[in-house]
Write a protein that binds this ligand. Structure first.
Ligand SMILES: C[S@@+](CC[C@H](N)C(=O)[O-])C[C@H]1O[C@@H](n2cnc3c(N)ncnc32)[C@H](O)[C@@H]1O
Length: 268
């Protein structure tokens, strides 16, 4: 029965690029709650919209805009290449919000973690396109994963273009946390997404990640009104998460405007 639901969801052009393992998990969860197959398909699509659909752009013939290829001169900090990369990030609603913070974000994060020689970007969306602001060594290893093949196709083409070593993989972080090791893991705006799928997924991930530092962020839209209430909710969630993971040795907040950024230092 779950298989039938998965096949029907995969027929929708909107979701055919999504990891089959995620579809199967959601179908297994929604089937017992639903009134028949049609209802189950609807429920799975609703969950997929929350997990994936709300953030991503349209499928393009070429995953990487021509403008990025044209702007590549072999230098990541070239202003024209940065501008083309920033433009491409606009295709992912979540990564797009980070564009104004890029100059300050990574220097502030690395001042806590040290400059990583290997990096894991989890539920990455188009965040690997912020590599031109990261200042990593040209031989630093970049491991990017997501459940959505659409941004991953752009990420793979981007890392290949700039010749950054690494790997890009489709991975459901709820069911299969990564086993690779790295200096730092980025969990950018991921906890809220995982919480909607499984309230224990984020803590399981932090318990098992083979990294020394995890950088966990939450969106903070505005400093007034609703934004402040949201920030309080996210801070409370972070406190709960950090208190529930035994390996957390220290937590440092990184001051950047527009995103709540915390670095957790983890025991080995
Ligand atoms: C809020 S967006 C954040 C994207 C990116 N980290 C950023 O901040 O620019 C959440 C991302 O998590 C991905 N995602 C959702 N569920 C996931 C899962 N179970 N495993 C891995 N990635 C997932 C989505 O496809 C989406 O790209």
């Amino acid at each position: 029965m779950s298989a039938e639901i998965v096949e029907r969801v995969l027929r929708s052009p909107r979701y055919r690029d999504v990891d089959r393992a995620l579809l199967t998990r959601l179908a297994d969860e929604e089937l017992p709650r639903s009134r028949g197959t049609d209802d189950a398909v609807k429920r799975v699509k609703r969950r997929l919209h929350q997990a994936v659909g709300a953030f991503r752009g349209r499928r393009a013939a070429d995953p990487l805009p021509e403008a990025i290829r044209d702007a590549w001169t072999g230098n990541l900090s070239d202003p024209a290449f940065r501008a083309a990369s920033a433009d491409a990030m606009r295709a992912h609603a979540s990564t797009r919000e980070r564009i104004p913070l890029l100059d300050e974000l990574y220097p502030a994060v690395w001042s806590v973690t040290g400059l990583p020689s290997s990096l894991m970007d989890l539920g990455c969306g188009l965040n690997p396109l912020t590599l031109p602001w990261m200042g990593l060594a040209s031989d630093a290893r970049y491991l990017a994963s997501d459940v959505d093949r659409r941004p991953l196709a752009a990420v793979a083409a981007f890392l290949e273009l700039v010749d950054q070593p690494g790997a890009v993989e489709v991975r459901d972080l709820v069911a299969a946390p990564p086993t690779d090791a790295a200096d730092v893991a980025l969990l950018f705006k991921l906890v809220t997404t995982l919480d909607r799928q499984d309230r224990n997924a984020a803590s399981r991930l932090l318990e098992t990640l083979a990294v020394r530092h995890a950088v966990i962020t939450f969106p903070v839209r505005s400093l007034g009104g609703r934004g402040r209430g949201m920030e309080r909710t996210y801070r409370a969630r972070l406190d709960e998460l950090m208190a529930g993971v035994d390996r957390v040795r220290d937590v440092t907040e990184v001051a950047v405007s527009g995103e709540l950024v915390m670095v957790a230092e983890l025991d080995g």
